[in-house]
Structures are given as structure tokens and as C-alpha cells.
Design a protein around this ligand. Structure first.
Ligand SMILES: [Zn+2]
Length: 69
């Protein structure tokens, strides 16, 4: 058997709601479900943020709350 372990576990990704920074050149963003403000500001530059989506690794939600809109 020539079985090689993969260096990384495969983590499934899903389209995740995020907030993206509106500042040009700033890569600030945060997961939507980690913010409770209706209009959060960028943690990096304090600019306004807009709703966006990213493909992100599935996150185990330790709170057990998922899909609440
Ligand atoms: Zn920013």
C-alpha cells in the first residue's frame, strides 16, 4: 500500500455571508454571523462595511445557533 496521509484535512467550503470593507485596498472583512451590528465598521480601518459573500471553510458552530435570519 502506498498510502500517504494528506497534510491537511479537507474542509468543505460554503458560501458565507460576510461584511466587506468599502475602503479601497483594505482587505478587512468579517463573518456576518459574528457581528450583531446592523452596519458594522471595519476592524482594520473603521470604514463602513457592505454585505458580501465569500467561500469559507465550514465552521463548527459551538453555539448551536445556525441559520437564524
Ligand atoms: Zn477596512
Amino acid at each position: 500500500m502506498n498510502y500517504r496521509k494528506k497534510p491537511f484535512e479537507e474542509i468543505p467550503e460554503e458560501s458565507t455571508d460576510v461584511w466587506s470593507c468599502t475602503q479601497d485596498g483594505c482587505k478587512g472583512w468579517m463573518r456576518n454571523n459574528f457581528t450583531f451590528a446592523s452596519e458594522p465598521t471595519c476592524p482594520l480601518c473603521s470604514s463602513a462595511m457592505v454585505p458580501d459573500t465569500k467561500m469559507l471553510p465550514l465552521l463548527v458552530n459551538t453555539t448551536g445557533i445556525k441559520g437564524i435570519r
